[in-house]
Design a binder for this molecule. Structure first.
Ligand code: NDP
Length: 462
């Protein structure tokens, strides 16, 4: 049977673009890709990239304050102009979008800038009504922010909207305690917005290492962010003066110029025709796939956030690449999701982690914890009480390092490098054999000699 294409990709984000480029450019497949919005997807257009640039913009005030501690009398970040920054940001995103499109063009991929849906196991229907047949279809449609089901939720923004604001709000409420809530609370506060963070638990970042969660929660408070923990919003309503009145389940209420829901993301599979084509979906809409990213329909594959495995850009890229190599390059490659490092880009300290957390170690047993907490030279000299934490989780029996968690400046950069030996199976003895680089914060990684504590036996899960 002949098809229009060997591969039709739905979604021009990190996973879809990588799969299309490798399949066409390296393995000679005839490939088409449909994108309904802007090429580059969440990471490039409304996620990691613009967010990180906003993190840099919001860091200026902290750096100026630190300069005071080093004797700079006039150091000041001055006044921040959102329009100036935003204009420049948009130019950068336009440039990246063009680069993504050029990469696909060079690989010979046909691009359809419109919505596509699956019509059957080998057919894609485009928004203009045309149909394309393909031997394989790849679903890489990503995820979308979700709002809680409370009255007036439509009055709140989601992370996508933050990159489109014409001006900064004077007073903002962020709801949630995950990656986006923590990062944007620091960004907005750093840019001069009076920021409140509401999280339903008592320490942000559920699922992360407990000590880093506590340090992050404390850092948010010491940044001047108004933390409202242990309560949930019950409704939003527009006030006469245009502000948003938010009610909480402890019967309190408050008014804000902007409310931002950072309450998680959901796979973007609605209306894609997947269930009708026989593709099995999970209750939350995620596409069910096996280790090869293959769905219950053999000709249809899925990668990235739409599968709700590990929802991070580099994972989607690797999944897309592995899929293309396996199906079109004759190089069978599975994605290993077991040791994926992550970072939360807050200020002044970031959080970086890879592998087992101490809570997981307690449940497993047979684990030694090496941990150190200290005031780093640079900020301590400037008078800051901020503390760094570094932790290694080590198997007592094999000496293998099972996890590493860092809370400190540039922890994202550090965890990327520590993730290499850990992925290679390094032991604590390998870390100890490494000569320190002095004076750095990271030298603590190779100088922790005695376990701080040991979890000999498996503890019952809480
Ligand atoms: P997360 O899943 O990280 O966090 C969602 C937060 O919202 C949790 O604190 C959760 O609380 C809370 N929540 C969920 N539902 C409700 C509700 N109904 N009412 C009140 N609170 C609620 O999602 P994010 O939106 O922060 O980020 C989405 C994903 O994007 C992340 O999982 C990550 O994969 C990716 N991302 C990665 C970044 C990075 O790599 N630096 C940066 C930003 C995003 P609870 O914990 O109690 O369930």
């Amino acid at each position: 049977m002949s098809f229009d294409y060997d591969l039709f990709v739905i979604g021009g984000g990190s996973g879809g673009v990588r799969a299309a480029r490798i399949a066409a450019g390296q393995h000679g497949a005839r490939v088409a890709l449909a994108e309904e919005s802007r090429m580059g997807g969440t990471c490039v257009i409304r996620g990691c990239v613009p967010k990180k640039l906003m993190v840099f913009a919001s860091s200026a005030r902290g750096l100026a304050e630190e300069a005071h501690g080093y004797g700079w009398l006039e150091a000041s970040a001055g006044a921040f102009s959102w329009p100036d920054f935003h204009g420049k940001l948009n130019l950068e995103l336009d440039r990246l979008e063009r680069a993504y499109t050029a990469g696909l063009d060079q690989a010979g991929v046909d691009i359809f800038l419109q919505r596509a849906r699956v019509a059957d196991a080998h057919t894609v229907e485009l928004a203009d009504g045309s149909r394309k047949s393909a031997k394989h279809i790849l679903i890489a449609a990503g995820g979308r922010p979700q709002r809680p089901d409370i009255p007036g939720a439509e009055l709140g923004m989601v992370s996508d909207d933050l990159f489109l604001m014409d001006s900064l709000p004077r007073r903002a409420l962020i709801i949630g305690g995950g990656f986006i809530a923590c990062e944007f609370a620091c960004i907005l506060q750093g840019l001069g917005v009076e920021t409140t963070l509401n999280y339903r638990g008592n320490a942000v970042l559920r699922g992360f290492d407990g000590e880093t969660r506590d340090l992050m929660t404390r850092q948010l408070g010491s940044n001047g962010i108004d933390l409202r923990l242990g309560l949930s919003p019950t409704g939003l309503a527009r006030d006469g003066d245009g502000r948003i009145r938010v009610s909480f389940d402890d019967d309190s209420h408050d008014e804000f110029d902007a409310v931002i829901f950072a309450t998680g993301r959901a796979p973007y599979t609605g209306g894609l025709g997947l269930a009708e084509a026989g593709v099995r979906l999970q209750p939350n809409g995620a596409v069910e796939v096996d280790d090869w990213s293959q769905t219950s329909v053999p000709s249809i594959f899925a990668v990235g956030d739409v599968t709700n495995r590990v929802n991070l850009t580099p994972v989607a890229i690797r999944e897309g690449h592995s899929f293309a190599d396996t199906v079109f390059g004759g190089i069978p490659r599975k994605m290993d999701h077991s040791l994926v490092a992550h970072a939360v880009y807050t200020r002044p300290h970031e959080l970086g982690g890879v592998g087992m957390t101490e809570d997981e170690a307690k449940k497993r047993g047979g684990v030694d914890i090496y941990a150190t907490t200290f005031r780093p030279m640079r900020s301590a000299f400037a008078g800051s009480p901020a503390q760094v934490m570094m932790k290694l989780i080590v198997c007592s029996e094999t000496d293998r390092v099972l996890g590493c968690h860092i809370f400190g400046p540039e922890a994202g950069e550090m965890i990327q490098l520590v993730a290499i030996p850990i992925t290679m199976g390094a032991t604590k003895a390998d870390f100890d054999a490494t000569i320190a680089v002095h004076p750095t914060m990271a030298e603590e990684m190779v100088t922790m000699r005695q376990p701080t504590r040991r979890h000999h036996h498996a503890e019952a899960a809480e």
